[in-house]
Design a protein around this ligand. Sequence first.
Ligand code: ZN
Length: 305
Amino acid sequence: MVEHRAAARTYSPFPAYEWPEGKQSGVLLSVDVDAIAPFLWEHRDHLPDRIARLEVRRFGLRSGLARLLDLFDRYGVKASFYVPAVVAEFDPDLLPSLLSAGHEIGLHGYFHELVRDIGDAEFDAALDASLDLFVRQTGKAPIGFRSPAWEMTPHMLAEIKARGLAYDSSLMGFDHPYEIDGVVEIPVQWALDDAIFYKFEGSGNERWAPVSGSAVLEDWLAEWRTLHRFGGLFTLTVHDWISGRGQRIAVLEKLLDVITAEAGTWVATAAEIAGHHASSVNSGRFAVASAVPAAIGARRFGTRP
Ligand SMILES: [Zn+2]
């Protein structure tokens, strides 16, 4: 017997996101200052006696980051920088300099440990050690977390909440801020991550050549225009050692030329956006649960239980 149901809902269940001061959309410029941390994590048990990939990444703190900071200064915009604690440990001036330039700093793992490689206890210890290091170096705790490689578990969300952090920025369940398991989420987007277009460090495992800057610019501009129309959040994620290089800075200049000319878009740090979310009518309107479903298991077709 086939069950038919009358249409019970429409598929626009949420009201539109409300931005401050009558703005129509939001823009978050974020920088993941990974530097050499992912390489150290990949080779955590034995570091090879080779320096080519280290040098590719060391370019970031030597030159790339300064160019990004200069770019943000020239456009009068503030960004959110997510820094693995080990990067700050090696360069103790980094976090204080970013703060004194008016930018936000947020957590990004201790060793940029990947969620698939660690258990809950290691995540908790790395989170606490990162918080300690940030407090030691800057005198105050950061309020935001971004997971390395943007993986997340319900446990991680619970620990972020338990430590009183104001937001996470790793997930993509909406294209504007929302709440998941009670944590404010400032969403990211793969299509706005420079790594998927440009990342090439000569590891021998690269699956494609870097995409040209002009193609990336065209894509990002189209995405910004559409998100602006929809009233969403355009979260751009770049890396010190990737987008700090050559023509990629010019791509960001052309992008910021367009974005900063639009008075109806709000360019803000993730901390500011999370603060707006929590204190505005949006709070609670877009609240979801992480809700991992049961495994399909024996329900599969053509298999014996
Ligand atoms: Zn990262």
